[in-house]
Design a protein around this ligand. Structure first.
Ligand SMILES: [Zn+2]
Length: 293
């Protein structure tokens, strides 16, 4: 069994598939792990985010097992180590939770509601054959059928996601749900590149309004305002400091008034810097007063 388990863990690629198999595996050696008495009253149910959920037949047994958790965890880890699953940090069981029957049932019901409602797509003959070919290297018929079931479920789920999603990420092509153009990973990457780009534009042309800025970069107004206000607070700090130079003053004036450099005059710069300094003084003394209260 241990050798076969090792092989299955290598063949099954998805994390959920591996977790499902580990639950079957632990269920199979539950007697060996915790002895006849405990095994009679409990059963591994599922693994989620490194937590093994164990079903018990009464709250008294849940309590008993809770008291024995450290020993049980130790034995489980030892057992999993023998099938090589500890090399995969994703699969390490960090904690155990015990539930008696009714609670487990409630959890399963809640879980089903959260899960997106996907119509599972039936597999084609080729897809089934492919899975059976992979399974043929397993000699134990029971393990082989568990393996096939896990792989088929996994394949069906992936197919359903693909067929249900109307869109693919414009950048990497993975299927995505909802109305987004990018997958979460690509969206994060795109946002941070966009931020840099907007900041770069505003540093070279601080007078640009949002309407002018979108001629150079495609962004929404909220992001633009957020970045402009970040730049503004940094400039305010500089203006308030001793080492503020002529360039800072010009930059602050262009940013604050939104005027093109051609319209700059000495008076405008002086006036604006004065005003900004007054504002900074008022708001910082205000906050000092507040913090004393
Ligand atoms: Zn993507």
């Amino acid at each position: 069994m241990k050798q076969i388990a090792k092989t299955i863990l290598k063949i099954v690629k998805s994390k959920t598939g591996k977790e499902k198999f580990l639950v079957h595996y632990l269920d199979n050696c539950w007697l060996e792990i915790c002895g006849a008495n405990i095994a009679k009253h409990s059963k591994p149910n599922r693994i989620e985010r490194g937590i093994l959920f164990v079903n018990t037949d009464s709250s008294a047994w849940s309590h008993n097992l809770l008291m024995m958790k450290p020993q049980l965890l130790g034995k489980i880890k030892q057992n999993m180590n023998e099938i090589g699953s500890l090399r995969n940090t994703d699969l390490i069981i960090k904690d155990i939770m015990f539930f008696n029957g009714t609670i487990t049932l409630k959890n399963i019901q809640e879980e089903k509601e959260i899960e997106p409602k996907l119509a599972y797509a039936p597999l084609s003959e080729e897809e089934k054959a492919e899975i059976e070919k992979k399974a043929s290297q397993l000699s134990d018929p029971e393990i082989r059928s568990i393996f096939c079931r896990i792989m088929q479920d996994d394949k069906k789920r992936k197919k359903a996601v693909l067929e249900n999603s109307k869109r693919q990420c414009k950048k990497c092509g993975v299927p995505i749900m909802g109305d987004d153009y990018y997958c979460p990973a690509c969206e994060r990457e795109r946002k941070s590149a966009l931020r840099l780009k907007i900041a770069e534009i505003l540093h070279s042309a601080p007078w640009l309004s949002y309407e002018e800025c979108i001629n150079y970069v495609n962004c929404d107004k909220m992001l633009f305002s957020e970045i402009k206000s970040n730049i503004r607070s940094k400039v305010y700090l500089k203006i308030a400091g001793e080492e503020c130079n002529a360039e800072d003053k010009v930059f602050a004036t262009l940013l604050e008034l939104g005027i093109v450099p051609e319209k700059l005059t000495d008076e405008l710069i002086e006036e604006t810097v004065e005003r900004l300094r007054r504002n900074i003084y008022v708001s910082s003394s205000g906050s000092r007063l507040r913090s004393k209260e």
